[in-house]
Design a protein around this ligand. Sequence first.
Ligand SMILES: [Mg+2]
Length: 382
Amino acid sequence: MNLAPTLKLDRPSQSAAGRIVKAECLLASVPFQSDATPVWAFTSAPRNNFDTLFVRLETDTGQVGWGEAFSRNEDVSLRALIETRLFPLILGEDAAAISRIKFKLEFGMQNFGRVGPTMYGISAIDIALWDIAGKAAGRPLVDLLGGTFADDVEVYASLLRYGTQEGVARATRRAIDEGYRYIKLHETTYPEIAAACEAAGTDAQVMLDVNCPWSVAEALAMDARLAGLGLMWLEEPIWPPDNYRGLARVRQSRRHRIAAGENAGSLHDFVAMVDAGAIDIAQPDVAKTGGVSELMKIAAFCEASAIEFVPHCALFGPGQVATLHICGAQRSVPMLERLYCDFEAEIYGGATLPVNGRLPVPRAPGLGIEPDLDIVERYRVA
Ligand SMILES: [Mg+2]
């Protein structure tokens, strides 16, 4: 059943962006090659697929904007939530009124969660509206965010979880040979982490992301054990992710810089993190944390709080491209995260594949590159 609503207008739009007359979701799932385990497996049988949940908006002036909601495991329930709860609130709105639309969505949906699926959908709509704004202005998104500090951005290889010393060491060396100078691990056990650090040597800096597995006591024990490895940061050591006091306890050891934020829903979660003394590095995700609008607020807050801003990005669609523009617009240009896996097909036909560990910020209007619709249709699951 196609739930995508459309609208017939009784009067023309007043802005070049136009009024939103069509909104739809496309969910694609692309297989990838890897001998590692996806850390996002929510079932007992992890699949080597990566999903992209697109939001496509169309206006009466012919503009088309693309957004992305964080999605895993063919999440048709998230698609239905966006189509049935969010799209009806935006049809007929002037696409140029990004802040007003975002407020309308957040206020209208406040009882359905400030973190999680509702915010993922709002994030996707916000990204699509910024894409339209750029196209209507004839400028790349980065120019609308204040202009560029960098023509291209350093990309770090975010390795999946290998679980063996040989596997993670081999992947580390391969990533370095491909030109990456920064590697993030998703291992949780010392021998594998140490093997990767040894494999990297002085050729790359290594970060560690453990995805919230530990109590404070367990985290402090690992924090001490890992201290000699020279890790660039330690990411999400504490369960649950909103245990900011627990994160602060680990941070107080001063053995590692603490990174977190991919499980936050808005600016206000980052204020709470910083108030708790929980983080050195803020990692909002553009497809989870309120889109381009919210990430720019968080970036300003980080600047005022002397916190490093390094967006999380386990995305391969419009969310990844939007993050690239956001990174390029920062005075201290953050690295862009890319999960390290080889896809059967590339949504952007290879335009988002780093060369020597770097990616150019697109210069065409809006997000600046368009998804390959043949690829999207070929791998579409909903
Ligand atoms: Mg992470």
